[in-house]
Design a protein around this ligand. Structure first.
Ligand code: PEP
Length: 247
């Protein structure tokens, strides 16, 4: 079933005391109730702490990354079994910072997604174009290729556990936001592309989140679009009130 989701990607911010205090602040604001799933993605070392301190709430703690391999000689990596053992059920894969800074290719991202889906996890699979690609009119083509290479090797059953996040790179952390119309246009394109491979039902069940400088002041307008099912939020998720206001 298609769900509304607001997910906070904390990136490499928040040490242990800051993680604790942000969670305390979030928990204080949960009383009013939300009609969306709420997720937070703290850094790996704090996932266990975060999971335990939110287990009595509606907040789901998710991971920012995973290794494509199962176990062994992969210094510095974190496996899907490790994440599973601390209660993680959802992993963000393919964020543009992983693609651009760490050179993660479509093939590697497909392998990571396979590892996560085979473990029964959900995946928030990110895609998005750079500014030059949009200016050259190649934004649909770019994003289509990322989805095709990253996700089209999976079964329909596996695809039902994928959440797509459209994050135009030019809007991430820049204060620039795609207009609600630009977001809707791309989300509708993504949904119909997903339908072309997995069928209408799966496409209609797929949550497609928008990411890129979402703030309390612009969230309502973007999320009101019919194919936008919530957001993946970076900067504004580091402030409990902003994150909850967005949700
Ligand atoms: C992100 O990194 O996923 C993101 C959308 O960041 P920001 O909200 O800060 O643009």
């Amino acid at each position: 079933m298609r769900k509304n989701i607001v997910a906070g990607n904390w990136k490499m911010n928040c040490d242990l005391p800051q993680t604790r205090s942000l969670i305390i602040d979030l928990k204080k604001g949960l009383e009013k109730g939300f009609n969306c799933e709420l997720m937070i993605a703290p850094s790996h070392p704090f996932l266990y702490q975060a999971f335990n301190s939110t287990s009595d709430t509606i907040i789901e703690v998710v991971a920012q990354n995973v290794c494509e391999a199962q176990k062994g000689a992969y210094t510095g990596e974190v496996s899907v079994d490790m994440l599973d053992s601390v209660g993680i059920k959802t992993i963000i894969i393919g964020h543009s910072e992983r693609r651009d800074i760490y050179g993660e290719t479509d093939e590697l991202l497909a392998a990571k997604t396979k590892t996560a889906l085979e473990k029964g996890m959900r995946v928030i699979f990110c895609c998005g174009e750079h500014l030059e690609q949009r200016q050259a009119g190649k934004h649909f083509e770019t994003v289509t290729q990322q989805i095709e290479k990253g996700l089209f090797g999976f079964t329909t059953e596996q695809m039902e556990r994928v959440i797509v996040a459209y994050e135009p790179v030019w809007a991430i952390g820049t204060g620039e936001t795609a207009s609600p119309e630009q977001a809707q246009e791309m989300h509708a394109h993504l949904r119909s592309f997903i339908a072309s491979k997995f069928g209408e039902e799966t496409a209609n069940n797929t949550s497609i989140l928008y990411g890129g400088s979402v703030k309390p002041s612009n969230a309502a307008e973007i999320f009101a679009k019919p194919d936008v099912d919530g957001g993946l939020v970076g900067g504004a998720s580091l402030d409990a009130q902003s994150f909850l206001d967005i949700a």
